[in-house]
Structures are given as C-alpha cells and as structure tokens.
Unconditional design. Structure first.
Length: 364
C-alpha cells in the first residue's frame, strides 16, 4: 500500500470520527432519561456500522514506513470511539443512567485526547477542532510559536504530585508571551474530572485565543475549602504564562456552576465575570453582594432540569438583580440538566463582550 492510499483511508476515518463526535454532542445535550431507549436506537442505527467498518478498515492496514506510532495511536483512538458507542447503547437500568452516560463520554474524551494529538497528520481533520467561523485561520491557529522556557503549548496535565492542585490546561498553539491572554477557569460537575471537562471548552478557546484551566476538586465534587485549589491553579498558570489578570473568567456546569457562584462572589477581585450553567445559587450570609455588584454574571439554566431545578436560577436572577449586577439570563424551555455544547459560542461571546467593554473603558 502506498502512503497516498494509506492516507486516503485515514482521511475517511477522520470524517467518520468528526461526524460521530459532533453528533454525540447533540445527543448528550438533549439527553432525556424517559427517551433513553429511543436515543440508544438512534445512536446505534446512525453510527454503529460506520464506526465498526472504519475500525476494521484501519485494523487491516499496514502503515507505511515511519507511521507505525501514528497508526498505533489512531487504532487506540478508534477503540475508545467504538467503546463509547457500545456503552451508550448498552441496556441501562434507569437508576444507572448517569454511570452509562459518564462511561460513554469518558471513552469519547480518551479518544479525543489521542485524536487531537494526531490532528495535523489526518488529512482534513484539523478543522474539527475549531469553530466554523475560525477555519479560515486554521494555519495561523495551529502554527506553534516558540514558548518561553518552562512553558508548554497545547494540552498539559498537572497531577496531584508533588502537591495539589491537579488540573488540565489548554494553551493555544499560537501562544506568545509578547502579549497577555485571557483565561477561562472551568469547574467540572459532581463526579466529573478535569481531563474530560476540558473538551467542552477547547474548540472555542482555540478559536478565540483563550487559555483554559480546569482544576480537579479534592473530592468527588466541590466544597467550600476547594476555593484554594482554584486560586492556586490560577496563580500557578499565571506564573508561567502571560495571563491578562483583568480577563480571568470563572465558569462551570452543575456543581461546577454552583461553586462558580460561591467562589466568584467570595473572590470578586479575581474574576472579570462569572458564567454559571445549571448551577444551584444559594445566597449564603457571608456573601457581600453589594461589594461584588459590578461583576457581570451569565446564567444559563434549563426549565426542565430535574437535578438542580430552575428555581435556583430564578433566585440568582432575583438576588443579583436587586443589587444591580450586570446580568445575562437565559432560561431554555426545552432543556434539562445537560452539557451546553451548543451554547459555548454564546458563553465565549459573553466573555468577549466583557473584555471589549473593559478595553473601551480603559481607552476612554
């Protein structure tokens, strides 16, 4: 097999992988427990055959000289993609649905970690990792600058050792220390982790020039004392990279959205704005709402949320509105408790609006 013939098959695998990754984002976002059998049937009918056929096609290839390591990683990625679909479509008892959903998503995220590292070697696949509006700048976005000593571009995984915090960090490949960069601090949901949660943000961060740090909670979810984990992660990232300290944005989903309110309102001087998705707002007596009232807050919640009911969002709108916070409130009538894949453009647009408003004020 010639290299051209080999890469033609690989290119086809990129198209199938991209279609599956995009399609499953919609499935995860629109997940309804009562509709699980229908959603499983849809995923099985739409993706199973294509995934298995592509995996078989890749497994039967002998890679050209010099591409053995690439081929091995590509096969590993496809194992994870196929496993993701199998887990999602496996019969799940109602009380175990969250384990099935997390298991499927976890396998997909392992595949994405591998595929992202291979993106420039898969013909036509690099465009999957940016927004459609940014694809004309793909060469610029994927052109690696010379990082400063001790800095790493792309994905970085910081473990617990030698001491907390643990976090996953994304630094745009075109990062340069000659200017400051905005930073998104993203808090995962209960039972989640930093490795998987990063992928909710990478595409928009890469397209818009943001660093993203995703700290890991010390336990299965966030606690009040974990604010030190979040602040330490910000400080550590800012000690290596040129972070615009006036453009640090705190956001999160589910329990991460809950503690976006908590950490943001407790440390308003650290953040340019907050964006809470499906979070539980609790007006604790130690919150100085008047002191933090200039902090812009974006609230996104589904009216059909059965895990953290929308009444929490109503409370946030009422309390923060009373103190005059600049609010963006989005309540989605047909939305439950879900990953906000399709809303990430709006959230980053909110961050950009805050940045531009600050820059206009400084210029005046």
């Amino acid at each position: 097999m010639t290299k051209k013939e080999y890469l033609s098959v690989v290119e086809g695998s990129g198209r199938v992988a991209s279609g599956y990754l995009d399609g499953m984002e919609g499935v995860y976002e629109q997940f309804r427990l009562r509709e699980l059998p229908e959603m499983q049937a849809y995923v099985k009918d739409r993706y199973e055959a294509a995934l298995f056929e592509q995996k078989a096609a890749l497994s039967g290839l002998k890679p050209p000289r010099g591409l053995d390591d690439f081929h091995s990683q590509l096969l590993q990625a496809w194992e994870h993609l196929v496993k993701s679909q199998e887990i999602f479509c496996h019969p799940i008892r109602p009380e175990e649905w969250i384990l099935g959903l997390r298991g499927s998503r976890g396998q997909m995220c392992q595949a994405m970690r591998l595929l992202y590292g291979l993106r420039l070697q898969i013909p036509g696949f690099a465009g999957h990792w940016v927004t459609p509006e940014a694809r004309h700048r793909l060469k610029e976005l994927d052109t690696q600058a010379d990082p400063p000593p001790g800095a790493q571009l792309g994905l970085l995984y910081r473990n617990w050792e030698p001491e907390p915090p643990r976090y996953t960090l994304y630094v745009p490949e075109n990062y340069t220390s000659s200017r400051s960069w905005p930073l998104v601090v993203a808090l995962h949901g209960g039972g989640g982790n930093d490795h998987d949660f990063l992928w909710l943000y990478l595409k928009h961060a890469k397209s818009n020039g943001y660093l993203v740090v995703v700290p890991k909670s010390m336990d299965v979810t966030w606690t009040f004392s974990d604010s030190q984990v979040v602040l330490a992660a910000i400080q550590e990232v800012a000690s290596v990279y040129n972070v615009d300290r006036g453009a640090v944005f705190l956001t999160g989903v589910s329990d991460g959205g809950t503690f976006t309110y908590e950490y943001g309102l407790s440390h308003p001087e650290m953040f340019a704005a907050l964006a809470s998705v499906a979070g539980g707002f609790i007006p604790w007596p130690w919150h100085d709402f008047a002191h933090a009232r200039k902090l812009p807050v974006y609230i996104l919640h589904g009216a059909m949320d059965k895990i953290i009911p929308v009444e929490f969002a109503h409370s946030a709108r009422e309390v923060l509105g009373k103190y005059g916070y600049p609010l963006v409130y989005r309540e989605l009538a047909d939305w439950g408790h879900a990953w906000p894949f399709s809303k990430m453009g709006e959230i980053f647009g909110f961050f950009e609006g805050v940045r531009q408003g600050r820059e206009s004020t400084q210029a005046a």
